[in-house]
Every structure is written in C-alpha cells, then in structure tokens.
Design a protein around this ligand. Structure first.
Ligand code: FAD
Length: 468
C-alpha cells in the first residue's frame, strides 16, 4: 500500500544540512516534510563531528591524568582505559542530541518520515520504509550527505581494517594502529589513540599532513605529533594490507627509499568521503552533477538546474563541513522564499581537533601568493601568553594575514590552545572585513589565549607588544 502525500517543501536527509533547513523553513512558515533513512542528525551527530569530539575529550582526560603530577596533583599511576565506557559515553552524548532534534521536529511541526527516498520524477519522490509513500512536492532539497569513499588497496576487507564509523564503535582499545591518511579524520584519530596510550603510525601519500592548511601549520602539527610519539610517514603510498600468522595486520607502503612494513593490531582507513547519491535515482529528476561528476551542481542560492530542486551539504561536494551544510540550508530556504541571499565561502572556519587544536579561516598564505596579492603576515607564538603557560599548553602560534592595500584582515590560522573557540572571533573579523587597526583598538580580556590575536594584529603594524 502506498500513501499519497503533498508537501510544500520536501527535504531528503536529516543531517546538519537537512534538519537545520527544516527548522528554519518551518519557522518561516513553510509546511515541511523531512525524510531520513537512518537517524536524525546524519553523519555529523551519529558517526562524525560529535562522536569524534566525545572521544577526543576522553583521550585528553587520559593525557591530563598522565601529566597531572606536573600540576602538583598525584593521581593513580596505573592508568587504565575502559574503552567500553569511552564508547558508552560517546553514545549517550549522541543519543541526547539525536532525541533533542526529534523534539525540535515535533515542536516545529515538521513531518518526519523514516525510509529511503528516491525520485520518481522532478516533482515526485517515493519513500520506502515501514510505510510507503508517494510524495508530490512543490520544492525539494536534496541533503543526502556523503559516504566513505571506496579504495582499491588489496586486503582492505580484512577483519582488522576499520573505517571511521567502525572505529567509533570499537570498544576494544588496540595496542597499536596504522592509520592510512593524514587528513582531518586520520589526524584526529591519531591523537585520540595516542593520548589513550596506543602506538600510532600515520601513512600519508602527500608530502605533508593536512594539505588544506598552510605549510607552516602542517609542519607544526607534524612536530607536535612526533613529540607525542606518533610516527608519521609522508610521501608514502600504501600498496597492500596482509594478515600475519598471529592475526596482526601488516601494512606495506612505498616511499623513495623502497618498501616498508608496519605491523599493528588494527588499521584505520581515513582517505576521504564522497557525495552520497545511492538509491536516489536522480536521473529521474533531471538534476545534473558538477563537472567532475561528483556531487550535485548548484548555483550560489543552492539551486540545481531544475528550478524547484535544491541541493545542500556534502552531496554538493563543495566543503565537507557541518556548519557549511547548515548555512547552505538556510540559503536554500531564503531562495525558496524569494529572498536574495547567496552563499559566500570567503570566511568559513575550519577546525581540526588534534592536540593542539588547529583552526583556520579566510585565505591561506599560499592562496594570497597565487593571487599575487600585496599582503603581510604576522605570526605570534603562545609561548609568551600567560594563560597558555598556566595551562601548560604554550606550543603553537596565531598567524594573521592582511591585505596591505585595504589594511583588511583576509586570513588567519591558529595552532594552539583553544583554537576551536578562538577562530570564531577571527571569523567575525574576516566576515565583517575588519582592519588590523580595528582589532588592535579592541580590548581583549586578560589573561586569555585570545590575547594572542590582539598581539598578532599589533604584529601587522608596529610589532607585537610582548615580543622582543
Ligand atoms: P549528512 O550529515 O551525511 O546527512 C545526510 C543524511 O541523509 C544521512 O542521515 C543519511 O542517512 C540521509 N540519507 C541519505 N540518502 C537518503 C535517502 N535516499 N533517503 C533518505 N535519507 C537519506 N564536520 C565538521 O564541521 N566538524 C567536525 O568536527 C567534523 N568531524 C567529522 C568527523 C568524522 C569522522 C566524519 C565522517 C565527518 C566529520 N565532519 C565534520 C563532516 C560532517 O559530518 C559533514 O560535513 C556533515 O555531516 C554534512 O552534513 P549533510 O547534512 O550534508 O549530510
């Protein structure tokens, strides 16, 4: 039996793109139907941002307890990690948030349907779940997110090989792990495992870690990783994974010097995600993919080539970030309501939860160089920051880039304590085109790590006050 429904706005996928768009649309008076085949919250809440950060917290506590005597606190010497409880706590955090979204859906009178959505035509979508529906919709937003990219490494299906989703539910702490991929997900897990006492190797194909960042930031995090005891192998290509007689994993990689073997309990493959169009039958909707054939092509209002169909979030393959997905959702709703907002990507913060944390926003130094801009750079370290020293986290620096013609701050990177929070003020500065002077004239609280932003702004002019 198929139930026929009509909807003013149909959203496919309830990740941070789809569910935020649904709430915003409902608040703006639209009648919304939201379809989700798994859990509300999507990748971000269930197997992405939130669960990883919950593990980051557990691992930081482990690290802090190990170092507690430095602070004058004598804690237990025999530290044990109860990985089952680490995972249980992560699940509790996730469940709290997922049920919170359910509550928000109810309060905003959003009709949530659980099931698999696929296009029947440009206006009609079928949903197969416990009940089956055929929904004709005036406007449709595709927010089906991304999936783990497939890789062709021989041995990838061996039982000790995990992807990020497997790792998030692995309640057994390995003694050693080889992580394939030194990108965001790989590096977050590298520090999670290392801080929990695991021996970690990271194998990266490129010549440096975290290639989306400026080179000096990559170098600084590689240094921190090495100090923490993480083994980094760059310029290295994994050729195969095998099982040893004692069931250990053997990862073979090649670099300029030849072939090398790494033996470990587990292998984590973290080499990327790609747009998820599985089962959608988008050909029936006539919407087109972007030129690389990956992801749905959209304009600045998130509209596809079909007038009433929009796409937002990871499925567009523009930027794989939860806050970008949400903002694109809001932009799409504005477009549906005939408002003129457009997406701009010049001030999107990007945070990586390593130890220390990394965050960046706006232009990178490399980008300024490529654009042949007149720019200047100021770099101030946390070493002389009082608050950072009290925290025993004085490694790292803040870097600001200014356009010397306009005096405006166009980019900023932070590697160091509180980077994930500090980036918000740099984002406000760049989004609102503040100048170096407007920052130096602002009063920053003392003692805080944010004072380094103030110092870095002085560094663009007369020089940082607390640096010789
Ligand atoms: P998703 O969150 O992927 O949601 C899409 C939803 O659509 C899913 O729930 C899916 O079940 C549903 N769906 C798909 N197809 C159908 C269908 N045919 N019918 C019905 N439902 C369907 N980003 C950050 O900004 N910060 C972080 O710290 C961060 N950490 C991450 C850590 C990990 C390990 C991973 C994997 C990702 C992380 N991300 C992070 C990325 C972030 O999770 C994504 O950018 C974000 O979830 C994208 O949101 P979305 O709404 O586009 O898609």
């Amino acid at each position: 039996e198929t139930n026929d429904l009509k909807s003013e706005l149909l959203i496919i996928g309830a990740g941070p793109g789809g569910y935020v768009a649904a709430i915003y649309a409902a608040k703006k008076g639209l009648q919304v139907t939201l379809i989700e085949k798994e859990e509300l919250g999507g990748t971000c809440l269930n197997v992405g941002c939130i669960p990883t950060k919950s593990l980051v917290k557990s691992s930081e506590i482990c690290h802090n307890v190990k170092n507690s005597s430095l602070f004058g606190i004598k804690a237990e010497t025999d530290i044990q990690v109860d990985m089952k409880q680490v995972i249980r706590r992560k699940d509790e955090v996730k469940e709290k948030l997922v049920s919170g979204i359910g509550y928000l859906m109810e309060k905003n009178e959003i009709q949530v349907i659980h099931g698999d959505a696929s296009f029947l035509s440009a206006n009609t979508v079928s949903v197969n779940g416990e009940k089956n529906y055929r929904i004709s919709a005036k406007n449709i937003i595709v927010a089906t997110g991304s999936k783990i990219a497939k890789v062709n490494i021989p041995g990838i299906d061996l039982p000790f090989v995990m992807n990020s989703t497997d790792a998030l539910s692995c309640a057994e702490l390995p003694k050693s792990i080889t992580i394939i991929g030194g990108g965001v997900i790989g590096m977050e897990f590298a520090f999670i495992y290392r801080n929990l006492g695991v021996e970690v190797h990271v194998v990266e194909f490129m010549d440096r870690l975290l290639t989306m960042l400026d080179r000096d930031i990559s170098e600084e995090i590689a240094h921190s990783a090495q100090q923490a005891g993480i083994h980094i192998h760059t310029n290295s290509k994994v050729s195969k994974i095998q099982r040893a007689d004692d069931d250990q994993a053997i990862v073979t990689y090649e670099d300029a010097k030849g072939e090398h073997l790494l033996v470990s309990d587990k292998v984590l493959v973290a080499i990327g995600r790609e747009p998820n169009l599985d089962g959608l039958e988008i050909e029936k909707s006539s919407i087109q993919l972007n030129e690389r054939g990956k992801g749905i092509a959209v304009n600045k209002q998130m509209r596809t080539n079909v007038e009433h169909i929009y796409a937002i979030g990871d499925v567009t393959n523009i930027m794989q970030l939860a806050h970008v997905a949400s903002h694109q959702g809001i932009t799409a709703i504005d477009a549906i309501l005939g408002e003129s907002s457009e997406m701009h990507y010049s001030a999107v913060p990007n945070v990586i939860f390593t130890s220390p944390e990394i965050a960046s926003v706006g232009l990178l130094e490399d980008e300024c160089r490529e654009r042949a801009m007149d720019y200047s750079v100021s770099k101030v370290s946390f070493a002389s920051n009082g608050k950072a020293l009290t925290m025993n986290e004085s490694e790292g620096f803040i870097k600001l880039i200014k356009d010397t013609r306009s005096q405006k701050i166009v980019g900023g990177s932070i590697i160091g304590p509180d980077a994930s929070s500090l980036i918000s003020s740099l984002t406000l500065a760049i989004a609102n085109e503040l100048t170096e002077q407007q920052i130096t004239q602002t009063i920053f609280a003392h003692p805080t790590t944010g004072e380094v932003i103030h110092e870095a702004a002085f560094g663009l002019g007369i020089g940082a006050l607390h640096q010789a």
